[in-house]
Design a protein around this ligand. Sequence first.
Ligand code: ZN
Length: 244
Amino acid sequence: MRYGIFGDIHGNCDALMAVLEALDKDRVDVKICLGDIVGYGAEPRECIKIIRELGCMTLAGNHDHAAIDRLDVEFFNAFAKQAALWTRQQLTDEDKQFLAGLGFVDHHEHFACVHGSLHGPELFNYIATIFDAELSFEALDKPVLFYGHTHIPITFFDTTPMTFTTEGEIRITSDMKALVNVGSVGQPRDEDPRASYGIYEVDDSSGEGVVYIRRVPYDVSSASRKIIAAGLPEPLAIRLELGK
Ligand code: ZN
């Protein structure tokens, strides 16, 4: 089975379309969205529409919750807060209902998916350090966890001592555990502006397989122009060009 796993779209329709096209070329069987459909970008409604039409498993991200007033934006930085308040005004009741219905964890036989971390999915904690990774390893009873939230593609392994890689091909065996961050579709932060997503090719009986972290170019200037035209903060447009 081939899974296409992607998230942190952040209202960036140009990047989302490029990733979906790439997933179709990659002939994935199942698509899974790790959340943060909205926030930062200028096309939150368009992105929700596309995801709804896909009908794929979609998890809740912190920006999705901020957009429906379930998360206090006082904890956001100034630009994120401004974008979250703007996004709230754009969404229809139907859009908000859709976001309100998203769950926190998607369990499969051989892997699990979450937006932020497995040790507190509804708190949207980050897996940014080895300490954070340790907590999610303790909560993981399968070989792989797919997550996002930091917008940095990186994989942690539960070796002693713990190791990690930023390589784009990760072999998964049933006697190991890995936390795989598939990166961000609409706001990459690893200084590579191309949209990021993951493909998981797994043998359904053994649970062994390979994860590929893929990058696809998209029209970054189109997405940043839309941010400026919407009256959103200019740094949100510039960061797309820089990939950070
Ligand atoms: Zn995000």
